[in-house]
Design a protein around this ligand. Structure first.
Ligand code: COA
Length: 179
């Protein structure tokens, strides 16, 4: 679907059944960094394996793309489409592969899928300190729509804020006519 160049060769493709365990390992590795994603280590591998398996089979309402570097999975993006046409997006890239275009390539695949699915909007949440993720999302047109204050309990006892971002794909359908 999309390929890096030079020493950064990878392809972005839809996830397949055989990707479930490597995706679980990737999730665990990023969770172990302890600062970027909602999932915290130690990861419940049984529950997560089931969840990833379900979304790999996605159907029309979910998509999961992977960045595959010669058989090693180095990135993952998933979208769950709600019944009312809004997609919930999450993504991660292996630490040693960041800032090499993998996240952008995944986002392009995710956006193409979302448009083809007829969704009118994508939404996501990010930690306020995750400046790299926020920059990537802004680059693709996402804007901040809100801030969830002291919203997510962390295992260390803290309550973290979360930035809510959205990307509207349909600017033509009229908004509310009620004044
Ligand atoms: C956020 C993440 C997915 C970005 O993926 P990536 O492959 O590094 O992104 P790209 O290389 O495609 O970067 C695209 C652009 O995003 C911005 N960006 C990405 N990382 C950045 C950083 N650390 N600092 C500043 N800008 C950054 C830049 O504008 C960059 O373009 P440039 O490299 O030409 O300047 C990746 O850093 C990651 O997986 N982080 C850990 C998990 C995570 O935070 N997931 C998202 C949770 S909300």
């Amino acid at each position: 679907m999309s390929a890096g160049t030079g020493g950064s060769k990878y392809v972005v493709r839809p996830a397949a059944r055989g990707d479930v365990l490597p995706l679980l390992d990737l999730l665990e590795a990023v969770a172990s960094e302890g600062r970027w994603i909602g999932t915290e280590a130690p990861v419940d591998r049984v529950a997560r394996r089931r969840q990833i398996s379900e979304t790999v089979e996605g159907g029309e309402r979910a998509a999961r793309f992977v960045a595959d570097a010669g058989g090693a999975l180095v990135g993952n993006l998933w979208i769950d489409l709600r019944t009312y046409g809004v997609g919930d997006l999450g993504m991660l890239v292996a630490q040693e592969w960041r800032r090499r275009g993998v996240g952008s390539a995944l986002m392009e695949a995710g956006l193409a899928w979302t448009r083809a699915a007829g969704a009118h909007k994508l939404v996501l949440q990010a930690w306020p300190h995750n400046l790299g993720a926020l920059a990537l999302y802004r680059k693709f047109g996402f804007v901040q729509e809100g801030l969830l204050r002291r919203h997510y309990p962390r295992r260390n006892g803290e309550l973290w804020d979360a930035v809510m971002m959205g990307l509207v794909l349909d600017e033509h359908t009229p908004g509310s006519s009620i004044s």
